[in-house]
Design a protein around this ligand. Structure first.
Ligand code: C5P
Length: 211
C-alpha cells in the first residue's frame, strides 16, 4: 500500500533570520516511515526541518519548511495513497506579516500578530474516501483520552495515537515513548514506555497489518 507519513516540526518566519518552531525532533515520524518501509509499503515522507537522515527505501522524501508548504505537498500526494499517518508537529499559528528585512531592536517591546495555519489533518479528513485509512496523533499534557477522542471525531480519523508530553522520559526529543491507540471502531490498545522505533513498528503492525 502507498502510505503518506508527515514528520518533524514546521518553521514559520518572523523575518529573514528568525522563525517560530517547536520541540519536535521528527524521531517518531521517521521511525513510523521506517517501520512501514520494512513491512513492504511504498512510503512518501513529508518532513519538516530535522537533523535525522532519511530512512532507506522510501518511495520519496519531500522536505518542507512551513505549514503552508507541508499542506500543499500533503494534499497533492494524499489522493494517490491508501493511508496517511500525520505525525508532524505543525505550527498552529504563524506571524501574520513576516518582515522582508531583519527587524531591528528598539527601546520598547515588540508585538507580533499571529494568524492560524491550515489544519492539514482536518483537510485530509474532509478529502478522505471511505477506503483510505487516516491516522492522527494527539500530544497532550492533560485530559489525554477525551482530547484524543474529540480530535478523532472532529478530524474524521480512523485512528488516533495519544501520547503524553511534558514528561522528561518520553515524547519530544526523547528516544522513548508510550502511547494509547484509539480506533474509530472503539478498539483501544495501550503501549507502555519503549523505544520509539519499537513503538512505531507495533503501531504500524496494528493499523496496517500485512502488505
Ligand atoms: O489538533 P492537534 O494539533 O492537536 O492535532 C494533532 C494532529 O493533527 C497531528 O496528527 C498533527 O500532525 C495534525 N496537524 C496537522 N496540521 C495542523 C495541526 C495539526 O496536520 N495545522
Amino acid at each position: 500500500m502507498k502510505i503518506l507519513v508527515t514528520a518533524g516540526p514546521t518553521r514559520e518566519s518572523i523575518d529573514p533570520v528568525r522563525y517560530i518552531t517547536n520541540r519536535s525532533s521528527g524521531k517518531m515520524g521517521y521511525a513510523l516511515a521506517e517501520a512501514l518501509v520494512r513491512a513492504g509499503h511504498q512510503v512518501v515522507l513529508v518532513s519538516g526541518p530535522v537533523t535525522l537522515s532519511a530512512p532507506e527505501g522510501l518511495d520519496s522524501l519531500i522536505r518542507v519548511e512551513t505549514a503552508a508548504q507541508m499542506a500543499e505537498s500533503v494534499k497533492t500526494v494524499f489522493p494517490s495513497c491508501g493511508g496517511a499517518v500525520m505525525c508532524a508537529a505543525v505550527a498552529d499559528y504563524r506571524p501574520a506579516e513576516p518582515a522582508s528585512e531583519k527587524i531591528h531592536k528598539s527601546e520598547g517591546d515588540l508585538i507580533l500578530r499571529l494568524e492560524r495555519t491550515e489544519d492539514i489533518l482536518l483537510s485530509l479528513g474532509r478529502m478522505k474516501s471511505p477506503d483510505q485509512v487516516l491516522v492522527g496523533f494527539a500530544a497532550e499534557t492533560e485530559d489525554l483520552r477525551q482530547r484524543a477522542l474529540g480530535k478523532m471525531e472532529r478530524k474524521n480519523l480512523d485512528w488516533i495515537i495519544a501520547n503524553r508530553v511534558g514528561l522528561p522520559d518520553r515524547g519530544f526529543q526523547s528516544d522513548d515513548n508510550a502511547a494509547t491507540a484509539y480506533a474509530r471502531t472503539g478498539r483501544v490498545e495501550e503501549f507502555p514506555l519503549m523505544p520509539k522505533k519499537l513503538l512505531a513498528q507495533k503501531l504500524m503492525d496494528l493499523i496496517f497489518p500485512g502488505v
